[in-house]
Design a protein around this ligand. Structure first.
Ligand SMILES: NC(=O)c1ccc[n+]([C@@H]2O[C@H](COP(=O)([O-])OP(=O)(O)OC[C@H]3O[C@@H](n4cnc5c(N)ncnc54)[C@H](OP(=O)(O)O)[C@@H]3O)[C@@H](O)[C@H]2O)c1
Length: 245
């Protein structure tokens, strides 16, 4: 962990109302972290109760004002930020030629602006602390697009994450800030309808969906590994390694 010995660490988690962000928020709280959890509708969440250790902040993460509000809440309530998890994201699957300008703006707005502004705000404080860790969720589709899968816009937005993370890892290494990526295959979250699960399992050489707990395990590994920086951990049953199975 990045925090000094006398304080429990503080995390910001985006996309915390559902799926991986929710699982990560719960696990961080169980491990003694204090958390600022954010999404557009998080204050209405039936899964998360605000407490002394958990602050909920509503907002569109693609807007700079949300990023400012989220980071201000972390500083007001906990006075430091040790970990940022960028988990907010959307997926609009369509054939390439059918994407509209609105689709483009929505996807860039959530999947790219959604990590850009909050990471910018967080780095300001991590530099002052001279420590911090940023972990963002990409997708293994970036490494292994599939014939028949309409993912071009997803790849445009998510392929920026590992490259951005490596660049930031170098820019701020002297400031004590690490920046890593987790790239899952298909994870069992509300993003995918249950009806699709049997088909989606076949996209992994190990023929099952990734569990949220496996994303959480990767996050805690990265938290406990101070020499791991600029890394991209793929959790996909080996899909990125092979061509056919
Ligand atoms: N599920 C997969 O198979 C898979 C695989 C690879 C990568 N990923 C990526 O992993 C991340 C998490 O996916 P998931 O499956 O856990 O998704 P999910 O269950 O659909 O949750 C998405 C989260 O993002 C939030 N969100 C969406 N748009 C937002 C916006 N404009 N502003 C703020 N928050 C917003 C949602 O909350 P609100 O609706 O309340 O805003 C929700 O908390 C995403 O970035 C996704 O692209 C998913």
């Amino acid at each position: 962990m990045n925090a000094n010995a006398n304080q429990r660490p503080v995390a910001i988690v985006t996309g915390a109302s559902s799926g991986m962000g929710l699982g990560i928020t719960r696990a961080l709280l169980e491990h003694g972290y204090r958390v600022v959890a954010t999404s557009r509708t998080i204050s209405k969440s039936k899964d998360l109760e605000p407490s002394a250790d958990l602050v909920l902040v509503d907002g569109d993460i693609g807007k700079k004002e949300t990023a400012i509000k989220v980071v201000a809440a972390a500083m007001k309530h906990f006075d430091r930020i040790d970990l940022l998890v960028n988990a907010a994201g959307i997926y609009i699957p369509k054939p390439f030629t059918e994407y509209t300008p609105e689709d483009f703006e929505t996807m860039i707005g959530t999947n790219v602006a959604g990590y850009f502004f909050v990471t910018q705000q967080v780095v300001v404080h991590m530099r002052k602390q001279k420590s911090g860790h940023i972990v963002s969720i990409s997708t293994v589709l970036v490494d292994q697009p599939l014939a028949g899968a309409p993912i071009s816009l997803q790849v445009i937005t998510k392929s920026t994450i590992p490259a951005f993370s490596r660049a930031l890892a170098m820019e701020y290494v002297a400031a004590g800030i690490r920046v890593n990526t987790i790239s899952p295959g298909v994870v069992d979250t509300p993003m995918h309808a249950n009806d699709d699960h049997e088909l989606l399992k076949k996209l992994h050489p190990i023929p099952r969906l990734v569990q949220i707990s496996e994303i959480v395990d990767a996050l805690f590994y990265l938290e406990s590994a101070p020499m791991v920086n600029g890394e991209n951990i793929r959790i996909d049953g080996g899909a990125h390694a092979g061509a056919k199975w």
